[in-house]
Ligand binder design. Structure first.
Ligand code: KG4
Ligand code: ZN
Length: 339
């Protein structure tokens, strides 16, 4: 079964054709990132306009590269939540038009479920497994009970890991996205040079909090500026990255031990982080757990992951009609049919 996936939740306009959820026939991405770099973050209106301009060409290109016509496609999957609403609406409306004109089923896909599915195209993993989903807007520890049954075990109370990295990067004067810049510059730094607090969260023992950590790094930079002191940015970046990764891994380790998971999957843009990948491997070796990481090209936003998850959503019966809407927020454990 061939699924055409469309993704437009942030600054990537993407389309892919994936066969049976696992085999990528094409994966085309256009991005407006360079424009957003000028502003130090994604400007929603610019992202929406670029989606509107490039989506037709991106979809045509994905069909061409897959050597397919619309007739060969069995269903159209589209990210409908969560994300920037104006950006999502471009993809959702395009997918609706396409599904209507070609008379194909329309399958709504949750963006974070898509990130998890990036592992289905990178390895032969099947649920159940434990997953750490870390993106620019979300940090979740999720039990993936089946392809379409998700249970949130822990989540961030405030900033997402990617968001904290991006804001810290901006304060350090690094290029957007800060997560990518911090990963690069940290390789030349001493991660033990600065000590940051390890925030404790009351209530759910598996929840995260990154805002205190983010404020600590911002204060470090501002204090140094006020005193006219120079900061060693590679050292600061490496120390901050270590603290973020330690927080993520501490909670994941507790879940693995207490709930006896044997497979750990990492997903989302931050899963590209070299320190996180290294520490996840160390943890899994120590605990006798098998680790699955997406290939680097599928860590960031792409449509192959949407087409992959779309395949499983379609098999489970999640098909939308022409009234499908986009949503800026949506819990990962909410199924489309229950809205
Ligand atoms: O999943 P994603 O591409 O978009 C969202 O769904 O949000 O994630 C983007 C986030 C950004 O915060 C970016 O800084 C972070 O992923 N990111 C990284 C790396 N690559 C992307 N963070 C740390 N290290 C990286 N190598
Ligand atoms: Zn994403």
């Amino acid at each position: 079964m061939k699924i055409l996936g469309i993704e437009s939740s942030c600054d990537e306009t993407a389309c892919a054709v994936v066969e049976d959820g696992r085999k990528v026939l094409s994966n085309v991405i256009a991005t407006s990132l360079e424009e957003h770099k000028l502003y130090g973050g994604v400007v929603p209106e610019i992202a929406s306009r670029r989606h509107a301009e490039s989506i037709s060409a991106v979809v045509k290109e994905a069909l061409e590269q897959a050597d397919c016509s619309l007739d060969d496609i069995d269903a159209i999957a589209v990210t409908y939540a969560p994300g920037l609403i104006g950006a999502l609406l471009v993809g959702v409306n395009f997918a609706k038009g396409l599904a209507l004109s070609a008379n194909k089923p329309l399958v709504p896909v949750h963006h974070l479920r898509g990130h998890i599915a990036s592992n289905y195209i990178s390895s032969d993993i099947e649920p159940p497994f434990l997953c750490l989903v870390v993106s620019g807007g979300h940090s979740h520890i999720v039990a993936v009970n089946s392809y379409t049954d998700f249970e949130i075990i822990g989540k961030t109370r405030d900033d997402a890991a990617g968001e904290a990295l991006d804001k810290a990067g901006r304060t350090m004067g690094l290029e957007y996205p800060g997560g990518v810049s911090i990963d690069k510059i940290s390789r030349q730094g001493d991660e033990n040079a600065y000590k940051f607090p390890h925030p404790r969260v009351n209530g759910c023992p598996y929840d995260f909090s990154f805002s205190g950590l983010k404020t600590a790094v911002i204060n470090t930079v501002h204090n140094a500026q006020q005193k006219g002191e120079r900061i060693n940015i590679p050292n600061l970046a490496a120390s901050f990255q270590k603290s973020v990764v330690d927080c993520l891994m501490n909670n994941v380790e507790n879940v693995i031990v207490e709930k006896n998971f044997k497979k750990l999957v990492i997903a989302g843009g931050v899963s590209a982080n070299s320190k996180l990948r290294e520490e996840a491997k160390r943890l899994c070796d120590k605990r006798g757990v098998t680790l699955y990481l997406p290939e680097l090209k599928y860590c960031g936003d792409n449509a192959a992951m949407i087409a992959s998850q779309g395949y499983y959503e379609f098999l489970s019966g999640a098909v939308a009609d022409e009234s499908l809407n986009a949503y800026a927020t949506m819990p990962i454990d909410e199924n489309y049919k229950t809205i």
